[in-house]
Design a protein. Sequence first.
Length: 350
Amino acid sequence: MHTILLTGGAGFIGSHLTRLFVKKYPQYKIVNLDKLTYAGNLENLRDIENEANYQFVKGDITDLDFLRKLFAAHQFTAVLHCAAESHVDRSITDPLAFITTNVLGTGSLLLAAKEAWAGDMENKIFYHISTDEVYGSLGAAGFFTEETAYDPRSPYSASKASSDHMVRAFYHTYKLPVKISNCSNNYGPFHFPEKLIPLCIHNIINNKPLPIYGKGENVRDWLYVEDHAAAIDVVFHNGKIGETYNIGGHNEWTNIDLVKELCRQMDEKLGKEKGTSEKLITYVTDRAGHDLRYAIDATKLKEELGWIPSLQFEEGISKTIDWYLANSEWLTHVTSGDYQKYYNQQYHNQ
Ligand code: NAD
Ligand code: DAU
């Protein structure tokens, strides 16, 4: 039995994780705490919002008094911490927002858990969801393992690295029962169209340019979001306290090859002539400090806990495109309002 505080459940990964836990564990109670920033959207959870073991609470993880009251009210036995500012480009224009939410917010959550669980850490879990970006940037060869030294290079990854360090500090100093996982790039339904894949799908649908930073040679290791949620489930239940697990797809693509594959599949699905969407590809100014390559070695997760990704990329990307084509209303809602302002600033009205 668990009563779980799941933070950031209205976001991309958080909504998939919430859905998985609510459906798979009817005996658990899941309290989704989310501030509903531009990235948080309760539409992502419509299918489970009335489930008996689910509750939504609007609130901010940086508000320690509020967190203390929430812990007192619900007697949580576990935390699944997803809430964060998550977009690298936004961290370049507004680093303080990332320091506030990712560092101060995680610190506040740790403190609230430590106080609530003081004297009885038995069967408690503080699970921190993190990223492979904390390890920095790889050259053409090699992989990130759990032993790779941290070398974050963007305000986003530096804030996530700081939060990881703080989680480990609470484990060593106060014996808080923590677990951490560091995952590679996710893709799938409900992905906010500021990130490469949903942004390109949205722009192909609307016949707009597909902005490729630099030469499109940067490499990312893509994992279907439901596979990430499944891996978190495995680590939550079977992973060791105090340990870190890398999660990845062994699925590396250069950005340009990935976008060309998207174009190919979308031309087919939209009944357009072959090569139509590729003509939208537009090379734009590179991201400042753009990490060249991320690639995860997930051997520990495979050998210790038996987890491997379930989906091949071609199938995952096809499912993802189908979802966006079938959910045009969701896309319209999230791209109205402030999105347009962000888009124009980021891409200089292209
Ligand atoms: P997201 O931006 O889609 O969602 C973040 C959620 O957190 C939103 O619902 C937002 O409203 C909420 N939030 C933000 N600030 C908050 C605050 N102060 N208080 C409460 N809620 C707040 O992010 P995502 O892509 O789903 O990422 C979730 C987590 O997974 C993050 O910690 C991220 O670092 C990590 N991660 C993401 C990826 C990826 O590819 N997206 C890969 C590895 C790890
Ligand atoms: O590796 C895990 C990380 O993956 C997560 O921790 C982050 O939260 C998540 O946003 C993601 O970070 P990236 O920066 O890799 O994702 P993004 O989709 O922003 O960019 C993917 C690649 O595409 C990257 O090399 C930059 C490039 N890109 C991105 C955008 C938005 C473009 O070429 N053009 C674009 O318009």
